[in-house]
Design a protein around this ligand. Sequence first.
Ligand code: ADP
Ligand code: ASP
Ligand code: MG
Length: 403
Amino acid sequence: MLIVQKFGGTSVGDLDRIQNVAQRVARTKAAGNDVVVVVSAMSGETNKLIGYAEHFSKNPRREDMDMLLSSGERVTAALLSIALNEMGHPAVSMSGRKAGIVTDEVHTKARIEVIDPSAMQNELQKGKIVVVAGFQGVTPEGNVTTLGRGGSDLSAVAIAGALGADLCEIYTDVPGIFTTDPRIEPKAKKLEKISYDEMLELASLGAKVLQNRSVELAKKLDVNLVTRSSFSEEEGTLITKEENIMEKPLVSGIALDKNQARVSLMGVKDRPGIASDIFNALAEANVNVDMIIQNKAHNGKTNIDFTVPKTDLSDAKNVVAKFVDNNEVEAESYNEAICKVSVVGVGMKSHSGVAAKAFSTMAKENININMISTSEIKISMVIDEKYGELAVRSLHSAYELDK
Ligand code: ADP
Ligand code: ASP
Ligand code: MG
């Protein structure tokens, strides 16, 4: 079999843990498999590098940030390869560039455009273990890019797809995908399987156990994806097609996203094209807009509220400032003390009352809901940040996910 194994930050968090990873990889290889390993930076490393940059500038060039941040993953890749060779298992380490990962030019959140797997294949043919630095690629012009926070998951899935791997294993610090973040609700249960679509919603709605774009790509390329712990032998969670899951629960999981901020534009002139103007400008600035509410106009004026990731807020503020200058807007305001809690499950497609239960659960806890959005398989509510964990635990028990 050809197996891609990805190890996240905690799994490679210190030298002993890198040694432990080397042993696990060596076992997989010794069992007769071809192995490509994708690694993250050692835990805390990416944040430390961001801190270094912030020491000099509030607004560093994104190209420089990518040069800086991509180094963390390269350190781990090199160390793991050194450890494997020392153990008598021939290995090579590769940067994203060497691994053939070509991206677009959106620095700090680039998209993978193509992968030329030939360098990896050459080394595999020689019997080597290939260790790739995750989270990074290179533009066609040769500039280093990174793939957004948590992006090593995407590297692993994309490489598994490009090589036609039989399996892509994501090793992390929890034994699989749980009904909610086990750090918030210790009664959370591990799921044996979850569908790509539900996992994509959970990941997009804040469950950082997998990066959302990695799930999207796994679905598109039909990659067999398993999440499991690097600290135990416990079987993990299979992320697979909905038809492979016999028993479909009404609700599969609850997610909490604290990386949310609300932007409010008050007294906006109500004319055709106004929404198009503001949201196109935000899209051009690569700001991800999530929920949008536009109120009924009154005296020719309306209010537009929307949410963006906190990490996009400074870009959003720049766009809004220009918009306010060029249009009649009475006032704008920003609120970072919010969070989004979401209930996800494919069973919602065929059952009613799921949303009503979410709202009554919030009511029982006396938590005010500021914004709501729903899709076929999810309900999201924006609430005050300080009630996030309480809301997760209450919903978890209301839907009997601890049973
Ligand atoms: P890595 O460094 O291995 O990429 P992350 O920190 O990105 O790991 O993701 C793992 C973390 O995701 C867990 O420690 C857990 O707190 C969190 N998490 C959030 N939601 C879930 C969930 N539904 N199931 C499992 N883990 C979750
Ligand atoms: N090191 C990067 C991050 O912390 C990428 C990753 O770990 O997946 O976001
Ligand atoms: Mg991660």
